[in-house]
Design a protein around this ligand. Structure first.
Ligand code: 3PG
Length: 213
């Protein structure tokens, strides 16, 4: 089974979740995030520019570790792997999707929001998952409750997380990283305000240190 996503992002456990409308913005955006201390970057497949953005970051920003988010079909798995994605993230999962992700050789995080989904993934040999939508599905209290009966499962919560709540998630024993979009506000990306994004990334990167405190 492929290397673990949580292992990959261990030293930068805050993962910016990025929506790129213009592929030309991808490289400067990735450079700003890397400069701010966030090398693991999830580019969501929510825009037509996403695959080109992944290709550009993989080719031109070697310090970044670019992954693909919102991966929900086997076709997308193949396209993302070919574009150079180093990890794959999905808001949910099916057996079809899981099979494609495993087959790609690229580390992946299928999404769950219930105990039954966690059990089903454990049954399939998957121990690392995205917890989505984290805040709406019960937040830190829910994840803490899962750690009792299901301590083997480790999570990357995303959805509704911000600088105030990220440290609370990262302090949980079953959380390996957190994802969020707060450090890449749409207006700053649209304006090409890379200095602002670098500063927001710097603040987010500091939150990751809480786990080691
Ligand atoms: C997502 O998939 O959209 C991520 O969970 C980011 O969520 P956020 O925008 O609420 O941080």
């Amino acid at each position: 089974s492929p290397a673990s996503v949580l292992g990959l992002v261990d030293r930068a456990p805050v993962v910016p979740v990025v929506v790129v409308s213009d592929a030309a913005a991808a490289v400067p955006l990735a450079r700003a995030l890397v400069a701010g201390g966030l090398p693991a970057i999830e580019v969501t497949l929510r825009t037509p520019a996403a695959l080109e953005a992944i290709r550009a970051i993989a080719a031109e920003v070697p310090q970044a570790m670019v992954g693909a988010g919102t991966v929900i079909t086997p076709e997308q798995v193949g396209a993302c792997a070919a574009a150079g994605a180093r990890f794959l993230v999905s808001p949910g999962w099916t057996d079809t999707l899981l099979e494609a992700m495993r087959g790609s050789g690229v580390p992946f995080l299928p999404g769950v929001s219930t105990a039954s989904e966690v059990v089903a993934l454990l049954e399939r040999g998957v121990r690392e998952m995205k917890f989505f939508p984290a805040r709406a599905a019960g937040g830190t209290a829910y994840l803490e409750s899962l750690s009792g009966p299901l301590p083997q499962a480790r999570f990357c919560p995303t959805g509704g997380i911000g600088p105030a709540s990220a440290p609370e998630y990262l302090a949980l024993p079953n959380v390996g990283c957190v994802g969020g979009s707060w450090m890449v506000p749409a207006d700053a990306v649209a304006a090409g305000d890379w200095a602002r994004i670098e500063e927001l990334a710097r603040g987010a990167a500091r939150l990751g240190g809480v786990r080691d405190a």
